[in-house]
Unconditional design. Structure first.
Length: 246
C-alpha cells in the first residue's frame, strides 16, 4: 500500500476508534467519521467499504501488534517472574494508551460485528494463553507457588483489563506507576516467599520509561520513512487522493 494511503488509513482508524470509544459503536456513523476527518464520505469508502470492515480492520491491526509484543516477551530467556512483570507492565501501558479501543472491545463487545468480535475473542485467548504459559513455567521452576496457571492468568489479566472501567488519563497516577503497582500486586500473590525473587521484581522505572521511549521512537521512525518515501517518489497507481474525491 502506498505510504500516503497507509497514513490516511491509520488516521481513519485512530479517529474512528476515539469516536466509537466515547459515544459507543452504534451511535457513530461513517458520515460522522468523515466529518471529523474533514473528508467526504466517498473518500472513506475508498479505504473501507462499510462500517463493519472498518471495525474489523481496527481490531485486526491492534490485536496483531499487541499479541506480537507479548509473544516476544514470553520467548525471552529470563525467569518467569521477570517475563510476567514485563507482560503485565506492557499490557497496562497499552491499555492506557489505547483506552478507547479497550473500552470499545469490553463495553460494546455484544455490538461488535461478528468478524471483529471473533478477532477480539482470539486476542483475549492469546493473551490468557501467553500469561498462563509463563505462570506454568514459573510454577515448574519453583518461582511461583503451586497454582492453576489458567485460573491465575484469568485473575491477573482480569485485574488489568478492568482498568477500562476506572482509569482516567488525568487521574492521580501516571501509566508507568499503575503498571508498576499492578504487576507488583500480581507477583506478590504468585512468588514463593523462599524464592530469591520474592520481592516481586522491583520495577526499574528508568528501564520501563526507556522501553516506552523506544516503542514511540520506532513508531516515529516508521512514519518519517513513509513520509520520506512519498515525498521522493509518488506512486504511479496510488488511487485517488481523499481530498480530490467529491
Amino acid at each position: 500500500m502506498p505510504p500516503r494511503n497507509r497514513l490516511m488509513r491509520d488516521e481513519i482508524r485512530v479517529t474512528a476508534t476515539r469516536l466509537f470509544g466515547v459515544r459507543g459503536l452504534g451511535a457513530v456513523t461513517l458520515q460522522e467519521i468523515a466529518d471529523e476527518l474533514g473528508v467526504s464520505k466517498a473518500a472513506l469508502y475508498h479505504y473501507f467499504p462499510n462500517k463493519e470492515a472498518l471495525v474489523r480492520d481496527i481490531f485486526e491491526e491492534w490485536a496483531r501488534v499487541a499479541v506480537d509484543r507479548i509473544s516476544a516477551v514470553v520467548a525471552l530467556d529470563e525467569p518467569a517472574s521477570v517475563r510476567l512483570r514485563r507482560i503485565l507492565e506492557r499490557h497496562v501501558l497499552a491499555l492506557t494508551r489505547d483506552l478507547h479501543l479497550y473500552t470499545l472491545g469490553f463495553r460494546d463487545q455484544d455490538q461488535l460485528p461478528e468478524s471483529a468480535r471473533g478477532v477480539f475473542d482470539r486476542f483475549k485467548r492469546d493473551v490468557d494463553t501467553a500469561v498462563g504459559t509463563v505462570i506454568r513455567e514459573g510454577v515448574e521452576s519453583g518461582e511461583f507457588t503451586p497454582v492453576d496457571p489458567k485460573i491465575a492468568a484469568f485473575a491477573v489479566i482480569g485485574m488489568c483489563n478492568w482498568m477500562f472501567k476506572w482509569y482516567r488519563p488525568d487521574g492521580k497516577y501516571e501509566p508507568h506507576e499503575l503498571a508498576a503497582m499492578l504487576s507488583r500486586m500480581a507477583l506478590g500473590g504468585l512468588l514463593r516467599r523462599d524464592h530469591p525473587g520474592a520481592d516481586g521484581g522491583a520495577l526499574d522505572r528508568a528501564a520501563l520509561i526507556a522501553e516506552m521511549a523506544a516503542d514511540l521512537q520506532r513508531e516515529v521512525d516508521t512514519l518519517r520513512a513513509a513520509v520520506h518515501q512519498h515525498s521522493c517518489a509518488k506512486p504511479a497507481d496510488s488511487g485517488p487522493d481523499p481530498g480530490d474525491l467529491p
